[in-house]
Design a protein around this ligand. Structure first.
Ligand code: PBE
Length: 303
């Protein structure tokens, strides 16, 4: 490997010759002078891999676009899941090793670790977005109480973060949701204002196992349960989540990241669902790295 080849024997001329390979990893390996530090590009350091999540996530599409737009042909976006991504992040972080992940806010990882978004001068990942509640057509007539509750459901990134951090700390999603509801009775009473109580009617909610959506969906499910509805949660991929609402096999999801992240789903199912508006404002997606990494922009991956 280039890294081994250069270890401890770096001549100045060689450094200049290799400048195009980048200079992010500067482990000194016994050399204290910065002139003689070895040089490894960030790509080499992470095997040219970006740690992704489930293939249906909008952030995966955006990352593929970024790979094209920034000329990162050598790079691979590795598919996995939200849980696999956070496991890989923890593993790297604990050893202070480099890692690049597909990341989003709100997410507990920013509370647990020192992380930064890579700048995105081409704007591939879009700007701030909102999370929308998405209902099937006809829900208003069939289950008006559920419709109104979903329409009035609105909370902040901090609210969601509280639930997410509890779950990450080992509290079950159901318990974390119940705890948050108990501690935020006033906010919840705004959501339930004027909502008809249920009498065991079944409500089907779909969600994807993204930590943000595990938190939100469990809270809303618990509120509906407390109101007397029989809530059935189905954990699916992003495509089936949108398809389910569009074909009416599920009543709603509260995980529509708009306008950019889920733009493809919006285009595909246009007119086949009802957008109940934002339930959380100010989200963000992008490529995320630990702050100990010496890069700031997606453009730095090219070196
Ligand atoms: N996420 C979290 C999703 C939306 C919610 C950013 C991973 C996505 O990329 O589709």
């Amino acid at each position: 490997m280039l890294k081994n080849l250069l270890r401890g024997t770096l001549a100045v001329g060689l450094t200049i010759g290799l400048a195009a390979c980048g200079s992010t990893d500067t482990t000194s390996e016994g050399n204290s002078s910065s002139d003689t530090q070895e040089t490894t590009s960030v790509g080499e350091a992470v095997d040219y891999e970006i740690v992704g999540i489930d293939p249906g996530a909008g952030i995966m599409k955006a990352t593929s676009t970024a790979i094209e737009e920034y000329g990162l042909e050598d790079w691979t976006l590795v598919e996995g899941s939200g849980a696999a991504m956070t496991a890989a992040l923890k593993k790297a972080y604990d050893k202070e090793e480099p890692i690049i992940i597909t990341g989003w806010t709100p997410h507990w990882k920013f509370a647990a670790y020192d992380l930064k978004y890579l700048e995105d001068p081409k704007g591939v990942f879009g700007g701030e977005e909102n999370i929308h509640s998405i209902a099937r057509l006809g829900l208003k007539d069939d289950l008006p109480g559920v419709y109104t509750l979903l329409d009035q459901f609105f909370w902040t990134a901090d609210d969601m973060g509280t639930v997410m951090v509890d779950i990450q700390d080992g509290v079950s999603p159901e318990e974390a949701a119940a705890k948050w509801i108990e501690e935020n009775a006033e906010k919840v009473s705004e959501w339930t204002d004027g909502v008809a109580e249920g009498n065991g009617e079944e409500v089907k909610l779909a969600y994807v196992a993204w930590d943000s959506e595990i938190a939100s969906t469990n809270v809303v499910a618990q509120v509906l349960t407390d109101l007397g509805y029989e809530v059935k949660l189905s954990q699916v991929e992003a495509g089936p989540m949108w398809t389910g609402v569009a074909d009416g096999s599920v009543d709603a999801h509260i995980a529509g990241w708009l306008p950019i992240t889920h733009a493809d789903y919006v285009a595909e199912f246009d007119g086949k669902y009802e957008d109940l508006g934002a339930n959380l404002e100010g989200t963000k997606i992008g490529l995320v790295v630990p702050t100990y990494m010496d890069i700031d922009s997606i453009e730095d991956l090219k070196e």
